[in-house]
Design a protein around this ligand. Sequence first.
Ligand code: BMA
Length: 332
Amino acid sequence: MENIFTTATCLHRHVQNPLLSADKMPFEASLIFNAGVAKYQGRYVMLFRNDYGATEADFLASGKRGVPFKGTNIGLAESTDGINWEIRPQPVWEVNDEEILRVYDPRLTIIDGKAVVCFAMDTKHGLRGGIAVTEDFDKFEIKSLSVPDNRNMVLFPEKINGKYFRLERPMPVYSRNGAAEQFDLWCSASPDLIYWGDSRLVLGAEKVPYADAKIGPAAPPVKTAKGWLTTFHAVKYADYDLESWHLNWRKIYYAGLMLLDLDDPSKVIGIYDKPLLAPETPYEKIGFRGDVIFPGGMILEDSGEVKIYYGAADTVECLATADVNDLLNLVK
Ligand code: BMA
């Protein structure tokens, strides 16, 4: 199966793509991707993932089988325009102890003026999704961690009917035909960011025409008069190896778009039946894992411009923009 889907014409890749890459880092870095981005205290703030300690040559030498990275940390970038970024000289967050192997894929939401980070955490006993609060992007206070396996959590930027809401993607291997990774997109509610419940299915993977495997949240939703506009990721298997350092990589990651009910965010009220963003450019098709697009940040500007930040090929961080009305037209 060739990659037959193309990017929606209303979406424009930024000419400066990739915005962030390993060669621009003031510290050891190999892959810079899957960032969370928000506007905070008058500037753009980005938390990005850095897998460090291996090059493409190391992968080739290892037969592309092992994962020769030394580790993963989270870096911080700040910007006045959302395009040109200043990188903090040292990574801001790394966890590696007896139980926790790494923290990665940060998503950033500002709620009531507080910076809240959702993240994935690999542990010796499974993969957990977590929520942390930070005041200075220096210390991260973990509020809650899910039971395994769950990840790709994103928070809504305000309480809905008095509760916090998050989108998430549990991975029920035992009961859901694990070999094909049929995982769906869910939501849960919480009174305090600590205790989560009232979990409901939002979107089943079978509802996405261009996916034949797992789907899940991508960037935190933005509020519009018509509903919560939000991206998601959706995976389709290729029957040939994609251009990757990673051996036999065959999963194509698309970005999708949907609209959720303002009062009940578990209700899908609109969805675009094609991908919003499909891997097409060299920086999206060639890298550690080719043909991967994974949005992690979405900002609605006062002008109506929507900025969508996304990891490309699990290697670099990029930006695409669109007019909010064009996006709302897609999910009609
Ligand atoms: C998922 C996660 C993401 C990554 C994606 C594509 O399982 O590891 O961080 O972007 O795969 O490789």
